[in-house]
Write a protein that binds this ligand. Structure first.
Ligand code: NCD
Ligand code: ZN
Ligand code: ZN
Length: 430
């Protein structure tokens, strides 16, 4: 059965326009977009006063399945994604066992096949993510992996990474790098600077990230492989990516909502929900990240949704694991802190969360609201203001750095291929 969505403020991202339109869906595809469509033979949903945006695509999530399903699993992670307005996610491979061969990919495929979300798979660069021996790229690609990464670790051995990039180039596989030179990071726990000194915590210098990015870009230059820099956090990183793009290299980059909105000053209370890798940096770095985003150096906003259980986070700062969960709050955080404060337009924000990730991951018929595309759509209520609480979060873990904040612009409905996959139920006042 079809569906007619009426009176939405439709954001057509590539056109850079927001127009009041009706959208008709048939068999999971957008078949018509015009100012007035009237049909009585299909389900009609009136979304007057709300935005209709393309389903968000997050190219960096940790669903912890298999191996760490007390933190999250494919089902709970998918529920969090849908509640956050996402219709596509790329799962990272730091699971146990990790996907260094096709077996885990087959398990993921089987477990995700009935979930109304486009779940994409990444494979490991090296066996057991140990950085020594290459994993089975061809087999991973055949099984359905769209990218390879050792996220959580940088492939420190230059010869191994060079060979990985050569094979990846031959197979047209995207390589995602977690850029952090480990001997310079040297077991630090927050950004090295004023706050690490004041708080007496071991610092992670920005140089650890910059050196890693520099090496990776040089190897991209040697091999012609497609390199995507995950969770960029430094001004120098932005400069290096800009220079690589200028040379015409196939280099892309992402930034997380937490690096755009929080700085290391927030660590003054030793809150382990703010302990993340790469660490939150100073305001100058943040400014450069936002500038890089606006100027097109940074292509994508990705959450790096990294759930950890409360008993794992509620320990001494040095012992807590790195990682922040963020699928459910990503859009309202960015809408409240960037769009409403006029630091970025809604259209541009969405370019980084829909069109660009779809392009980088080569996803056909997705990423924008267009005739012929899949009806992957999210309804945003720009007036809805909610306080972030543990009860509001539907994922298994609650390590969200925005707990207690009041945010505006929440997803209220997520449609996946023409089917309502999520609908927000508002308790109380509304
Ligand atoms: C991630 C995790 O917990 O898996 N942690 C993090 O702080 N970002 C790993 C990663 O993305 O590097
Ligand atoms: Zn990482
Ligand atoms: Zn990650």
């Amino acid at each position: 059965m079809g569906m007619l969505i009426k009176n939405g403020n439709v954001v057509m991202v590539e056109d850079g326009k927001i127009r009041k339109m009706d959208v008709l869906i048939d068999k999971g595809i957008i078949v018509e977009i015009s100012p007035e469509i009237n049909r009585s033979d299909v389900e009609v949903i009136d979304i007057e006063g709300k935005f209709l945006i393309p389903g968000l695509i997050d190219m960096h999530v940790h669903f912890r399945d298999p191996g760490y399903t007390h933190k999250e699993d494919i089902h709970s992670g998918s529920n969090a994604a849908l509640a956050g307005g996402f219709t596509g996610v790329l799962m990272m491979p730091n699971t146990d066992p990790p996907p260094d061969n096709a077996t885990v990919i087959y398990y993921w495929k089987e477990k995700s096949k009935s979930i109304p979300l486009n779940i994409l798979f990444s494979g490991c660069i090296t066996k057991n993510r140990a950085g020594k021996e290459l994993s089975k790229f061809y087999e991973l690609k055949e099984a359905g992996a769209v990218a390879i990464t050792d996220d959580g670790n940088w492939v420190a051995d230059g010869a191994v990474f060079r060979h990985a990039m050569e094979y990846a180039a031959a197979l047209d596989l995207l390589v995602i790098t977690h850029a952090e030179e480990p001997t310079i990071a040297n077991r630090g726990v927050i950004n090295e600077g004023y706050w690490s000194t004041v708080l007496g915590l071991r610092g992670i210098p920005k140089a650890a990230e910059n050196i890693a990015i520099y090496r990776d870009i040089e190897i991209a230059k040697m091999t012609g492989a497609k390199l995507h820099v995950a969770h960029l956090s430094t001004a120098e990183g932005v400069r290096l990516v800009a220079a690589a793009k200028k040379l015409g290299l196939k280099v892309t980059a992402e930034v997380t909502p937490h690096h755009l909105v929080l700085t290391d000053e927030a660590l003054a209370g030793y809150d382990t929900n703010l302990k993340v890798n790469p660490p939150l940096r100073e305001a100058e770095e943040q400014k450069a990240l936002l500038k890089g985003l606006l100027e097109g150096v940074i292509d994508v906003i990705a959450t790096d949704h990294a759930p950890h259980a409360s008993y794992e986070k509620n320990v001494e700062f040095n012992d807590a694991p790195f990682g922040i969960e963020g699928l459910e709050t990503a859009f309202p955080v960015l809408y409240t802190e960037l769009v409403l404060k006029k630091k970025i337009t809604l259209e541009k924000l969405l370019l980084k969360m829909t069109v660009n990730p779809a392009k980088i991951l080569q996803l056909p018929k997705q990423g924008d609201i267009k005739k012929g595309n899949y009806a992957n759509l999210t309804v945003i209520d720009p007036k809805l203001t909610l306080k972030v609480s543990e009860e509001l979060l539907v994922g298994k873990s609650k390590n969200n750095p925005f707990l207690g904040r009041t945010l505006t612009g929440w997803p209220v409905m997520t449609i996946y291929q023409g089917i309502v996959a999520y609908q927000r139920i508002l308790k109380g006042v509304q």
